[in-house]
Ligand binder design. Structure first.
Ligand SMILES: Nc1ncnc2c1ncn2[C@@H]1O[C@H](COP(=O)(O)OP(=O)(O)OP(=O)(O)O)[C@@H](O)[C@H]1O
Ligand SMILES: [Mg+2]
Length: 250
């Protein structure tokens, strides 16, 4: 991994750079061209809803930003503050404060809720203290000694998000946090995301439940066939039925 000096962006002393930006990012699965020139910026504290139909490239875009090995990023730039994420890998991106909560949640079997949270803090205890997590998410406090994988889907989702909060966190990437959850549980996770927003954590949220995501988000980015086709305020997308029917089928 490159060291901090080679990752530093020249000329950021003026403080004019956006909090996060992607510039003309292209990524592939083998020869399959999936992320096709994605560019966008996120301001500090914003919640972005990244939307689009099945297969539009939303998960691939999150994975590219998180610098996972697949898809493979072949060109473009990704900046988080002054850090060039395109010059680092998934570990470097996480150390820089980019935390991806993937769709499958990756809760560790055989460990309790509290052990899952503690594990997130082993490298550097610089995120939220576990007591703060319990304050904000009392459901996890009640279940701290329970084996985490025996919890309900919604509770596991809450834990997956809480684990990201326990790490160095500058940009939170949520991939379909409401997936597979009953409506009443979705409301509970929505409250978690609202808490995160109130705490000022910059977030990009992918969600099939576009309406729910738009109610929480400040801005929306819509993807189709690996490209961004629309960027605007969440309120504008909620008001534009034709746009939603074309790209979101809602
Ligand atoms: N590991 C992979 N290898 C090859 N192709 C892949 C792989 N993962 C995804 N794809 C393809 O990349 C395209 C974009 O997939 P992606 O998962 O990013 O879409 P998505 O917008 O997240 O869709 P969904 O809403 O269904 O989750 C799809 O055509 C998909 O088949
Ligand atoms: Mg997806």
């Amino acid at each position: 991994m490159a060291d901090a000096a080679t990752l530093a962006r020249p000329g950021t002393a003026t403080g004019t750079a956006p909090f996060f930006s992607c510039r003309d990012v292209h990524a592939y699965y083998g020869e399959s061209y999936i992320v096709q020139g994605v560019s966008f910026e996120v301001m500090e504290g914003e919640v972005i809803a990244l939307l689009g139909r099945n297969g539009a490239g939303k998960t691939s875009t999150l994975r590219t930003i998180a610098r996972t090995d697949t898809p493979q990023m072949r060109s473009g730039e990704i900046w988080l503050g002054g850090t060039a994420l395109h010059k680092t890998n998934a570990v470097g991106a996480a150390q820089a404060g980019l935390q991806l909560v993937p769709e499958d949640r990756r809760i560790i079997a055989g460990l309790t809720v509290e052990e899952n949270l503690k594990l997130a803090q082993i490298a550097e205890p610089i995120g939220w203290p576990i007591e703060k997590v319990y304050e904000r998410f009392p459901r996890l406090a009640e279940r701290r000694r329970q084996e985490a994988v025996t919890m309900s889907g919604g509770e596991q989702q809450m834990l997956a998000v809480a684990r990201a909060l326990c790490r160095e966190l500058k940009l939170l990437l949520l991939d379909e946090p409401y997936e597979g959850l009953a409506p009443v549980i979705v409301q509970e996770i929505e409250r978690c995301v609202a808490e995160i927003k109130a705490a000022g954590i910059t977030t990009i949220m992918v969600e099939q439940n576009a309406i729910a995501a738009l109610h929480l988000a400040d801005r929306a980015i819509i993807m189709d066939m690996g490209e961004i086709v629309y960027t605007g305020t969440a309120a504008d997308v909620l008001a534009d039925k034709a746009l939603r029917e074309e790209y979101l089928a809602v």
